[in-house]
Design a protein around this ligand. Structure first.
Ligand code: BG6
Length: 474
């Protein structure tokens, strides 16, 4: 849907997120005709730059085919860089900057994107408060992390809620913008064959993995104070769990869906020490690359005990899921980059009829190679009663083409539409922090793991004592 007459304001415009994700997402939306040609994008940063210099620094041509210079020119015309220092800038200065886009400002539709560290959120919320009145809609987008534990998230939410109402607040979890994450609900609720077996009678366990090959890169300052539990588990993995485990919503409305997603986290069983494993990558060779241990990364204290890996066994205490383990794991510097949800079914044996059958499995491949696979047993040709597990495999880009919107495009488009579905509601966030605080209170000391592996051996043990093992992608 094309939205004319709106002002997009990006705080933190000289940061990595704006450069790598937000502006490329807006460029692609413009290219697809989903961003109005009269939408000024006001980029605010501390540096003293002319718009032309800023545009050059963005290197936006990387995100377009060579033969589309005209799109780039159109985008350049929308972009306006302005110097704005959060420490000294006042709401009056900000108003003056925005009022210079007179007719759009008068129409009043404004999207403020805070691509900023969480400790600036309260100051920006106060700064924005006087601008959030008047005609048109006002929407404020907060990047993660939203707090660092339940008390800090509550304090932050209290300040923000005194400056704006919940309908104006959009808390980002970019995993919700990923196409295959949005597909979880379709798979479950638009397919009779799956919806009836999505429960403890049929399912043995669920494994959710987000595995990364990169290390902490240039983000040690943030990451060392956060760690894998708060950086990834609290948001992305718990969102995947919520969509996988939620009850059918009463309707397709964003609120009905988010009600059910929040209920999943409220029903999470309090974790025990034996339900969690944490690890930190050590050094070593991965292929022809020599990897430094986490504690020798730039900006990381030599005695840091921050976890770069976490695996947990979680239980959702509802009649649907009673005693079905959900195993969640994520880590940096692992052997491969992928994110998937694996639903592993129980094995029902027809005694004597079939040999060698394997459990049925549904694999939702979030990235890369987005798709959904179903493993089932067929008869091995020429054998008497021998079976073989085979796949029905839906490949997203083979069917829909390679131009699937990137997560941040979906996020941006949703804010412009005012659709809150892809954003985290406060009750969900509160429940997620409550669980994370409980988990952090019982977590053991970090186990060092070899880079380029699937994580610490202790994580294998977590499943082995349940008589199971992690299943790796094929
Ligand atoms: C971010 C985390 O939220 O997600 C990063 O802060 C992580 O540490 C990233 O690398 C992973 O996102 P994606 O989309 O690359 O899987």
């Amino acid at each position: 849907m094309k939205q004319d007459k709106q002002l997009i304001v990006i705080f933190g415009a000289t940061g990595d997120l704006a450069k790598r994700k937000l502006l490329p997402a807006l460029l692609r939306l413009l290219r697809r005709g989903e961003l109005g040609a009269a939408t000024p994008i006001v980029c605010l940063g501390r540096k003293d730059l002319a718009t032309a210099q800023y545009f050059e620094w963005l290197q936006m041509e990387r995100f377009l085919p060579d033969d589309e210079p005209e799109v780039l020119q159109r985008f350049a015309r929308l972009l306006h860089y302005r110097r704005f220092d959060l420490e000294s800038g006042t709401d009056q200065c900000l108003r003056e900057i925005l009022a210079s886009f007179a007719d759009v400002f008068a129409a009043g539709n404004m999207l403020f994107y805070l691509a900023l560290p969480t400790d600036t959120f309260t100051a920006v919320a106060r700064l924005l408060k006087p601008l959030l009145q008047g005609p048109g809609w006002k929407r404020v987008v907060f990047e993660k992390p939203f707090g660092s534990d339940l008390p800090s998230a509550e304090r932050l939410n209290a300040v923000i809620s005194s400056a704006m109402n919940e309908e104006q607040i959009f808390r980002v979890d970019h995993y919700l913008g990923k196409e295959l994450v949005q597909n979880i609900l379709f798979l479950r609720f638009a397919n009779e064959i799956f919806c009836c077996s999505w429960n403890r009678d049929a399912i043995d366990n669920v494994q959710i993995t987000v595995s990364e090959t990169l290390g902490v890169e240039e983000r040690a300052g943030y990451y060392d104070g956060s760690g894998a539990i708060r950086d990834m588990l609290q948001n992305h993995l718990l969102q995947l769990l919520s969509f996988t485990a939620m009850e059918p919503p009463g309707s397709g409305s964003s609120d009905a869906i988010r009600d059910e997603a929040a209920r999943v986290l409220e029903k999470l069983r309090r974790p025990m020490a034996e339900d969690v494993v944490v690890g930190q990558y050590g050094g070593g060779a991965v292929g022809d690359q020599v990897i430094r241990p986490y504690v020798q990364e730039d900006g990381v204290p030599a005695d840091s005990s921050t976890e770069t890996y976490v695996a947990v066994r979680a239980f959702v205490d509802t009649p649907r899921w009673q005693d079905v383990p959900f195993y969640l794991r994520t880590g940096k510097r692992l052997d491969r980059r992928y994110a998937e949800i694996r639903i592993i079914f129980k094995q029902h044996r027809c005694d004597g009829m079939v040999r060698n059958d394997k459990p049925n499995m549904i694999v939702i491949r979030i990235q890369p190679d987005e798709g959904i696979a179903l493993a089932f047993n067929v008869r091995r040709p020429g054998s008497e009663n021998e079976s073989e597990s085979v796949l029905m495999d839906f490949c997203h880009h083979c069917h829909f083409g390679p131009n699937t919107p990137e997560a941040y495009e979906a996020i941006m488009a949703s804010v412009m539409r005012g659709d809150p579905l892809l954003f985290t509601r406060w009750d969900w966030l509160q429940a997620s922090w409550r669980y994370i605080d409980q988990l952090r209170a019982v977590m053991p000391t970090v186990a060092v793991y070899q880079p380029g592996t699937s994580g610490p051996a202790e994580a294998d043990e977590l499943l082995r004592i349940d008589g199971r093992s992690w299943l790796q992608p094929m």
